[in-house]
Ligand binder design. Structure first.
Ligand code: PLP
Length: 455
């Protein structure tokens, strides 16, 4: 296909017929967007002929980049053998069984069961169903409430959006009345004069207060991402997770770790829960399980919950037509095999992540940078006009929007969330590609500083 010749028509049809997710629809219809045509390794190409370093791994999912041909071939082979069959009504297919077995091996020891979905959102909906079923079977049907955190992201179905704490989403949908939110551990934005450690303890203890306020006999579960991704790569203060884990240990509630971004190597271990020493009862996964090549998500169900679910008869009245789709599961198997055989998670953690984090820390002295934070293979750079007061560059995050646009024009795909630039490059990035990412970001920061007259 001639990418350049087709660009104009494609863009026109896109604007005329395609409603885009998380997009200003009127603005898009007027101006259109970037049509990505092909990709290799960690570079994407668009219909206009631009080549960009993908500093976001797609949407936090292509952790191994775009050239994993064995995953593509696994999907193709499976489609030829058995393109579809469901897992309802006492049936199974081989890839679903094999992937379930592999997942039990690569997750922490007390995770031995999986429920498959097509996405992280559906997996978090499934969490609600599983948790409610668990307490019903235990004879505690009054335990129905969920506690989550403001600015969390757990997906965009009504249930997952309710579990999340994104204000813009809550403004547009009436959420579930059994989900309650506490503050997030975002020290730079909300810590004020407290030290990070004191702030971490303070917001962690809100969980305890919320449980007491709602009644422990009514609270079912607490859900959290080990590191909030979409919220802005929010690395909690070191005091935060031990205190949350203490509270979860002391109270009769379930702990759900949403590993949709952290899972499969992003934080340096297989799962963010391992990086932070967390002991969840349930883990949500999606995105990188297939390296983003085909939709798949699910819930890893820990033994404590699984034993109860399996202890009594009666149907678990929940499922999706494509739960355990053979082609998606084949992609999952190929991805997990690649992760195991190449040792890429450990290599990225030992070599590339330290390089990314130390090169980014060099930007901390830049006049418009208020904070650089990150862990493993993701990071955020907070933009400010004044470092001391943390005053922002411009209202409504326009400073970061400007910086994002400059970075994109310079051939770097990174995102803006609030007043932060966020990035999550593929684990397979090479040292010199990390240098390219940081240099291009630096250039965008310089252009932003000039634009806003900060020096
Ligand atoms: C992306 C994401 C989800 C939602 O996954 P979808 O596949 O988009 O439904 C849920 N939780 C977290 C932490 C995510 O980043």
């Amino acid at each position: 296909m001639n990418h350049v010749a087709d660009a104009t028509t494609l863009r026109q049809h896109d604007r005329s017929h395609h409603l885009h997710p998380f997009t200003d629809l009127r603005d898009y219809a007027a101006h259109g967007g970037r049509i990505v045509t092909h990709a290799e390794h960690i570079y994407i190409h668009d219909a206009e002929g631009n080549r960009m370093l993908d500093g976001m791994s797609g949407l936090w999912c292509c952790n191994l980049g775009y050239s994993q041909h064995q995953i593509v071939e696994a999907i193709y082979r499976q489609l030829q053998e058995l393109p579809y069959y469901n897992n309802f009504f006492r049936c199974a297919n081989q890839p679903a069984v094999e992937l379930a077995t592999l997942l039990a091996e690569v997750t922490p020891a007390d995770f031995n069961h999986v429920f498959f979905t097509n996405s992280g959102s559906e997996a978090n909906d499934t969490n609600i169903r599983l948790v409610h079923r668990y307490y019903d079977l235990l004879g505690k049907p009054e335990k129905k409430l969920f506690i989550s955190r403001k600015n969390a992201y757990h997906g965009s179905t009504i249930a997952a959006g309710s579990l999340g704490g994104m204000k813009a989403m809550h403004d547009q949908v009436r959420g579930l009345d059994y989900v309650h939110h506490i503050n997030q551990p975002h020290w730079f934005a909300e810590g004020g004069d407290l030290s990070p450690e004191d702030f971490g303890l303070k917001v962690a203890r809100e969980l305890e207060q919320k449980i007491d306020e709602l009644g422990e006999d009514r609270v079912a579960a607490f859900i959290a991402e080990p590191v909030q991704g979409a919220g802005g790569v929010i690395i909690p203060p070191d005091s935060y997770w031990p205190e949350i884990q203490r509270i979860c240990d002391e109270r009769d509630i379930l702990f759900i770790a949403d590993e949709v971004i952290c899972g499969f190597g992003r934080t340096g271990e297989w799962f963010g829960s391992q990086t932070y020493g967390l002991k969840p009862h349930l883990m949500t996964f999606a995105k990188a399980i297939t390296n983003g090549y085909i939709p798949l998500g699910g819930v890893m169900v820990g033994d404590q919950v699984a034993e109860v679910l399996l202890s009594q008869g009666g149907e678990f009245a929940h499922g999706l037509t494509y739960s355990g789709h053979p082609a998606a599961c084949a992609a999952g198997i190929a991805t997990l095999q690649t992760l195991r055989e190449t040792d890429i998670i450990a290599q990225a953690a030992a070599q590339i992540a330290p390089h990314l984090q130390s090169r980014l820390r060099e930007l901390a002295d830049h006049p418009v940078v208020g904070e650089v934070r990150g862990r493993g293979m993701f990071a955020a750079v907070e933009l400010v006009r004044d470092k001391g007061s943390r005053e922002r560059l411009a209202p409504e995050s326009q400073g970061a929007v400007y910086c994002r646009d400059r970075a994109n024009s310079n051939g770097l795909m990174v995102r803006q969330t609030g007043d932060a630039m966020i990035m999550a490059p593929p684990l397979v990035s090479r040292r010199e590609e990390i240098d390219e990412l940081v240099d291009k970001l630096h250039q965008a920061l310089d252009e932003t500083a000039r634009h806003y007259g900060v020096n």
